[in-house]
Design a protein around this ligand. Structure first.
Ligand SMILES: Cc1cc2nc3c(=O)[nH]c(=O)nc-3n(C[C@H](O)[C@H](O)[C@H](O)COP(=O)(O)OP(=O)(O)OC[C@H]3O[C@@H](n4cnc5c(N)ncnc54)[C@H](O)[C@@H]3O)c2cc1C
Length: 451
C-alpha cells in the first residue's frame, strides 16, 4: 500500500480511523463468497485492494471518487460482501470503497417507498417496514447481512420474487442517486427506466448513494414444508401452487433428495428419502394449503409463523443460494449453476439432465415471476464438481436443451446472465466512467477511452 494513497484519503474523510490499511482487514474487505465456485476460488484468491475507506456521506464519496480519478487509482465498491461471483473483489488493486457506514433509513413514505442509503441492511429495512405495515417485495436469502446497495448492484431477486418478480421488474427500484467517475464526479438522479443503466452493474458504472425502493403491504406469513415420495410429484404440486393466483405466497422452493439431508440444523422439517417443498404462505390460507398438499400425497413436516428476519428457525436460510452453502458444508465438492427452466417443457429438461448426469446434478428449484407476470421454474441446481471442462460441458448442454444459464463461474457481467442486450449499461459506463476506474475488469465489453 502506498503511503501517499493513505495520506491522500485521510485528508478526505472526517475521521482518519475510517481509512483502513491493516492488510488482514483490507484483505477481508476485498472478498466476497467467490469461493462458492471452484474456478473463481482458484482465480481470485490472490486478488486484493491496496487500501479501504469508509465514507459516511455523499460528499465524502464524491471527494474519494475525485481523488481516485486524479490519481488514476481503481475504485471498487463494497456493500456487505455477500456476492457470489467475486463481484466486489478488486482485480487491479486500488481502493475498496466500503459503504457499510452509510446505512440510514431516511423514511418510508405513506405510499410505501423506502428512501435510504446504500449500506442499509435488508433485515433492518424489512423489520422497520413491517412495523409500519409494509415489507420488502423481495430479498436475497442473505437478508441478515446484505446491504440494499449491494442487492441493487449485484443481486437479482429472491424470497418474494414468486409474487413480485426480480429487481428489474414492476418498478420496484423507483430511483437512485449515483456518484459518477467523470473528471469532475457528479451526483446524478436516475428515475424510472433510467435505473436500468446502473442496476446490477457490479459497481462498474456508478456508485449508488441514495435509493428509493418500493415496498408492498405486509402479510402475516407462515412457513410450511411438505415432503413427497418423488421429485416429479413434489415439483408438479409446487408448480401448480406457484402458478395459481388464489394463493398468497412469498416463497416456493423444491429440494430433490438428498438435498434436504444437508439441512442438519432443521432435521424436523426433513423426511428421509423424500423431496421437500418449502413455502411461505399467507397464514389465513394455511389450512387450505395443508388440505391441498395432503390430497396431492404430501406429508406436512413443519408449519411455523414468520415474525420477521429473527424468526427461528428461519427456513429461508435454506433457500436460494443458501442451499448451496449447506451442500458445501456437507461436502465441499458441491457447486452450483443458476438456471431458468422452460415452464412448458421443464419435465423433459429435467429428464434429459438426469439421463445424462444422474446425481451429478441435484434439482433445487425456486419459482419466480418474470417481468411479463409469468411464473417460471428457476433454480440453483447443485452440481458435483469433477473439473472445469465437465462443468462447462454441463452448462453448454443445459443451453442446448433450452435451459437458461446465468454462469456463476465467471467474474464478468456479460456471461453472468443479467447483461442487457440494449447495451445501456455499457453506454452508461462510457459516459460515467470513461477511464474505466470503477471495478475494472468486470465489464469486459468496455474499453477505456485513450488517455
Ligand atoms: C448464501 C448466499 C445466498 C444468496 N442468495 C441470494 C438471493 O437469494 N438472491 C440474490 O439476488 N442474491 C443472493 N446472493 C448474492 C448476494 O448475497 C446478494 O446479491 C446481496 O444482495 C448482495 O449484497 P451485498 O451488500 O453483500 O453486496 P456486495 O457483495 O458487497 O456487492 C455486490 C456488488 O454490488 C456492488 N455494489 C455494492 N454496493 C454498491 C453501491 N452502493 N453502488 C454500486 N454498486 C454497489 C459491488 O461492487 C459488487 O459488485 C446470495 C449469496 C450468498 C453467499
Amino acid at each position: 500500500m502506498s503511503e501517499t494513497l493513505a495520506a491522500g484519503l485521510t485528508r478526505l474523510v472526517a475521521d482518519p480511523a475510517r481509512v483502513i490499511t491493516a492488510p488482514a482487514i483490507v484483505d477481508r474487505l476485498s472478498k466476497d463468497f467467490y469461493w462458492y465456485s471452484p474456478i473463481l476460488k482458484r482465480d481470485l484468491e490472490s486478488k486484493v485492494g491496496e487500501i479501504a475507506v469508509q465514507p459516511v456521506n455523499v460528499d465524502e464519496v464524491v471527494a474519494i471518487a475525485r481523488y481516485a480519478g486524479e490519481h488514476n487509482v481503481p475504485l471498487t465498491v463494497r456493500g456487505a460482501g455477500t456476492g457470489n461471483y467475486g463481484q466486489c473483489i478488486p482485480l487491479h488493486g486500488g481502493i475498496v470503497l466500503d459503504l457499510q457506514l452509510m446505512d440510514k433509513l431516511e423514511e418510508i413514505t405513506a405510499d410505501g417507498v423506502a428512501v435510504c442509503q446504500p449500506g442499509l441492511r435488508l433485515a433492518v429495512l424489512e423489520t422497520e417496514a413491517r412495523k409500519l405495515g409494509w415489507e420488502l417485495r423481495m430479498y436475497p436469502s442473505t437478508i441478515a447481512k446484505a446491504s440494499i446497495g449491494g442487492f441493487l448492484g449485484g443481486g437479482s431477486g429472491g424470497i418474494g420474487s414468486v409474487a413480485h418478480g426480480g429487481l428489474r421488474d414492476f418498478d420496484t427500484v423507483r430511483a437512485f442517486e449515483v456518484v459518477t467517475m467523470e473528471k469532475e464526479p457528479r451526483v446524478v438522479l436516475h428515475e424510472g427506466a433510467a435505473v436500468h443503466e446502473i442496476l446490477h452493474c457490479w459497481g462498474t458504472n456508478g456508485i449508488l448513494t441514495r435509493i428509493w425502493f418500493a415496498l408492498t403491504p405486509a402479510v402475516e406469513w407462515t412457513q410450511f414444508t411438505v415432503a413427497f415420495p418423488t421429485f416429479d410429484e413434489a415439483f408438479l404440486f409446487a408448480k401448480s401452487f406457484a402458478e395459481d393466483r388464489q394463493w398468497t405466497k412469498r416463497l416456493v422452493t423444491v429440494f430433490e433428495w438428498p438435498i434436504p439431508s444437508f439441512f442438519t440444523p432443521v432435521k424436523q422439517v426433513v423426511a428421509q428419502d423424500k423431496t421437500l417443498v418449502l413455502v411461505m404462505i399467507a397464514t389465513g390460507q394455511l389450512e387450505a394449503l395443508r388440505t391441498s398438499a395432503q390430497a396431492a400425497g404430501g406429508e406436512v413436516t413443519f408449519t411455523g409463523a414468520y415474525i420477521g428476519p429473527r424468526t427461528q428457525p428461519l427456513l429461508s436460510d435454506y433457500t436460494w443460494n443458501h442451499t448451496t452453502l449447506w451442500a458445501m458444508k456437507a461436502d465441499p465438492t458441491w457447486t452450483y449453476i443458476q438456471a431458468g427452466f422452460s415452464p412448458a417443457n421443464c419435465m423433459e429438461q429435467f429428464r434429459l439432465l438426469k439421463e445424462r448426469y444422474g446425481n451429478e446434478i441435484l434439482f433445487h428449484i425456486e419459482f419466480m415471476k418474470n417481468g411479463e407476470g409469468v411464473v417460471v421454474p428457476g433454480g440453483i441446481p447443485l452440481v458435483y464438481y469433477t473439473g472445469e471442462d465437465r462443468l462447462n460441458e454441463l452448462i453448454a448442454y443445459c443451453r442446448e436443451i433450452g435451459v437458461f444459464i446465468a454462469n456463476p463461474h465467471v467474474n464478468y457481467l456479460e456471461d453472468g446472465g443479467r447483461f442487457r442486450a440494449d447495451n445501456i449499461q455499457l453506454k452508461a459506463k462510457q459516459k460515467y466512467d470513461p477511464r474505466g476506474l470503477l471495478n475494472p475488469g468486470k465489464m469486459i465489453s468496455f474499453h477505456p477511452e485513450a488517455q
